[in-house]
Design a protein around this ligand. Structure first.
Ligand SMILES: Nc1ncnc2c1ncn2[C@@H]1O[C@H](COP(=O)(O)OP(=O)(O)OP(=O)(O)O)[C@@H](O)[C@H]1O
Ligand SMILES: [Mg+2]
Length: 312
């Protein structure tokens, strides 16, 4: 693992009684990355995060966050950490400002610095009008926003969030996705667990996939797409598909196979390359009338489903 790693998880194993929830999980996250931790319900995402933070004691393995082991040294680890838990339950009788102020005091921020930071954070998470209202009156999405503001109060180097955009409306989701990217560009390291493949594909630079307590992939987003893509496919719709057209396409060096469904062709390629030019010129040469031509690029969802199958 690189010396640049801000988060290093090595062979983490965690049992709940006899049940092995994590089986030798390892991952490394470097400065400025947005790392997406993906996995189905019950895969072990929350258990990983809680164990990473020292909230659960690992049965085996070790975690280092900015070089500190949170299990052994939780107070020191907390200084550089921000954590937004899954389904946060916040003190309903406090106002947002009061809770942020309380957290600011814990981190030793002076009165004036706290005041400024709270104002800035409430603005950042879109709760400017709600700072003086009791949390008990907040909607689910607002609690989630406040939880992220709380995680940012100490201006952390590492921000760890367990499904941060769950419960947010689309506008808030887009706002927070931009925020995570901005924070990473400022040099912070962002770790988010998510079910949302689209979210991970859009904002994360790297992805870790976990299934049944085991890592099934860890790497760059582009790499996961490459690794789990078996084949690139071009889908063509023609006015009419003739036997000669199909056999001439099959004869092309770049084509593995051609499947016909009415006037549609599924052209499986030998290489992972955009070969629409070659395919369309062959169709024109054979006097075919092309209605549409699409390269079916693999999405993170395809890769994810394949990775889960492979990891079982
Ligand atoms: N306190 C606990 N006691 C016993 N088993 C638990 C406990 N917490 C979690 N588990 C089990 O460990 C496994 C991993 O749970 P975990 O909450 O880490 O999954 P997850 O990936 O976060 O799922 P989700 O997407 O639903 O949040 C599940 O099978 C769960 O039932
Ligand atoms: Mg969870």
């Amino acid at each position: 693992m690189s010396s640049q790693s801000v988060i290093t998880v090595s062979n983490l194993t965690k049992f709940y009684g006899d049940f092995k929830a994590l089986d030798s999980v390892s991952l490394a996250v470097e400065k400025g990355w947005v790392y997406g931790y993906l996995g189905p319900n019950g895969a072990g995402k929350t258990t990983t995060i809680r164990t990473m933070l020292g909230l659960l004691k690992p049965d085996q393995g070790e975690v280092q966050i900015t070089g500190i082991n949170p299990t052994k040294d939780p107070v020191q680890a907390l200084q550089s950490l921000g954590y937004a838990p899954e389904l946060p339950t916040l003190q309903t009788f406090f106002t947002g400002e009061q809770l942020l102020d309380f957290m600011g005091k814990i981190f030793g921020l002076a009165t004036q610095a706290r005041k400024e930071r709270i104002k800035q954070l409430l603005d950042l998470v879109g709760l400017k009008e709600w700072g003086d209202k009791r949390i008990g009156n907040y909607s689910k999405g607002m609690v989630q926003r406040l939880s992220i503001a709380l995680a940012l109060i100490n201006d952390p180097v590492v921000l760890i969030m367990d499904e941060p955009t769950i419960g947010m409306d689309p506008e808030a989701t887009a706002h927070f996705r931009n925020l995570f990217t901005t924070l990473s560009k400022q040099g912070k390291t962002v770790f988010i667990s998510s079910h949302l493949l689209d979210e991970v594909q859009r904002i994360c630079t790297h992805v870790g996939m976990i299934n049944k307590g085991r890592m099934v992939f860890d790497g760059r987003i582009a790499q996961v797409l490459e690794t789990f893509t078996q084949q690139w496919v071009i889908e063509a719709e023609l006015e009419e598909v003739t036997k000669t057209m199909v056999s001439s396409l099959k004869k092309l060096d770049c084509v593995e196979d051609v499947k016909v469904d009415g006037n549609k062709l599924r052209i499986e390629l030998k290489e992972k390359k955009d070969l629409r030019g070659e395919i369309s010129s062959e169709i024109f040469k054979r006097k075919g009338v092309l209605l549409s031509l699409n390269l079916h690029k693999i999405t993170l969802e395809d890769a994810y489903l394949r990775a889960l199958k492979g990891g079982q």
